[in-house]
Ligand binder design. Sequence first.
Ligand SMILES: C[S@@+](CC[C@H](N)C(=O)[O-])C[C@H]1O[C@@H](n2cnc3c(N)ncnc32)[C@H](O)[C@@H]1O
Length: 237
Amino acid sequence: MNYTYLDCLALFGVGGAHPGGLQLTKKLLSREKINEQTIVLDVGCGTGQTSAYMAEKYNCKIIGLDNNEMMLEKARKRFQSKNHPIETRLGRVESLPFGEESFDLVLSESVAAFTDVSKTLPEFRRVLKADGVLLAIEMVLEEQLPEEELFPITEFYGVPLILTEPQWRSFFQKAGFQEINIEKFHLTAHEPDLDNTTDFSLSEQLDEELYNILDQHEQFSKRYQNVLSFRVFRCCV
Ligand SMILES: C[S@@+](CC[C@H](N)C(=O)[O-])C[C@H]1O[C@@H](n2cnc3c(N)ncnc32)[C@H](O)[C@@H]1O
């Protein structure tokens, strides 16, 4: 069986599978105006760690969408166990199953980078209300790499491209976003932060190969720590 990196995240049921994890998410959300009336779309919600946090903290209306049924199943279990009325939808971000101007906030935590952004970003724009906000935490390439070095990375993560910050900006602009705010965060190793840890919802059968994929991810992260990074994009229409 040939597993992809995303299969691996789904089988281990990794919650908070984005740079900065729940700690960064909490910080970003605390700057937004979110209340019971806010309608949120958590695209590529994975096992739903962020959605569950938002339901608890803000009591807002949330829909979690993912194209991976296993991820969604694990998200539903999480929501049921906490009695959160969060809706889940199987779907692809390149063609969102929602009407125009449906959401106040769209969250994309390490999701758009895995897709064809020329299709995905206009979809985020389409489903956002006129005064809505897109928050995206996405991988960036800090410096160009020769093709022979870049190819094994894109192949491993299953991403079509790894964009630089100016390339991301240009795609957001083409998608119709007018205000594009880009922030760089430095992640530092702190004391263990027990409130914000990555969590796991393991599947019963975990093939040896999956541990190799985690290992490979660690190796790429170390080797390319100055080349592969991330940004927070806050975009308004
Ligand atoms: C790196 S994980 C991040 C999960 C979650 N946002 C988090 O931070 O824990 C990427 C997620 O995006 C989902 N995904 C990838 N491509 C997608 C697509 N085209 N449409 C919808 N979801 C997608 C994957 O199934 C996975 O759950």
